[in-house]
Design a protein around this ligand. Sequence first.
Ligand SMILES: [Zn+2]
Length: 294
Amino acid sequence: MPDHIVRALSTDGTIRAFAAITTNLVNEAQKIHNTYPIATAALGRTLTAAAMMGAMLKGEQDILTIQIKGDGPLGGVVAVADSRANVKGYVHHPHVELPLKPNGKLDVGGAIGRNGYLSVIRDLGLKEPYVGQVPLATGEIAEDLTLYYARSEQTPSAVALGVLVDVDLSVKASGGFIIQLMPEADDKVAEKLENVISQLSPVTSMVSEGMNAEDILGKILKDFEWNISEKIDTRYECGCSRERIERALISLGKKELEDIIEEQGEAELTCHFCNKIYHFNKSELGALLEKSTR
Ligand SMILES: [Zn+2]
């Protein structure tokens, strides 16, 4: 099944809902970064959330970044999405290993750590990006995003994210949902939803069973009338290029470029998101230096 996101609205306008299937893109992230299971789960959950939150962006050029930083051995997670749900990301330390939790699950919260924060940065093409930040609730990511929506956006939300890692380190199933109550929703709506969600199978089970995003929303919204408002594909896409790296080097300025040429004679830059290596020899750096205006 290709990765996809479905957006839905209850017909009375009280609930908006997103569900995503992201097994392929998280598999790709696992391969690019050679992540061990805990890092795969942390990165996969964050990428899945970013994909859905990217799909919520209104402007075509808008970019959303989720940054999670904790005091655990994983260090941090970064995921970036655009409005077409192209996502990319990385973790600081991909080879962290911790014992499983008593319930048999990967200890993502332990790997991220409890002391830290989750930030959501929206670059809407304005002078300054819009930044919302909350302290970590559990480091399990879905709970932290729920807290983010409650505190930073005053939107009561239910967030679930799940990544199932296979014994060969590949990703067996990945997906998630974000369900939000609109201001018109009353306590009855909230109660009904909470009831259903509390009895729902884990996301990874639903995805493993072959359910698509629409099927998952169907389970959650079974007591409501609802319509699909959008169905889009999502994928892992870095989008870096030699031209972009050149522009970044040029923007360092004359002094910095001269120092690199003098001290190193060449430059090798690795893209954090896809690990592609860009090499610049002395004459190429010299050409960039000529283009630099400051
Ligand atoms: Zn790249």
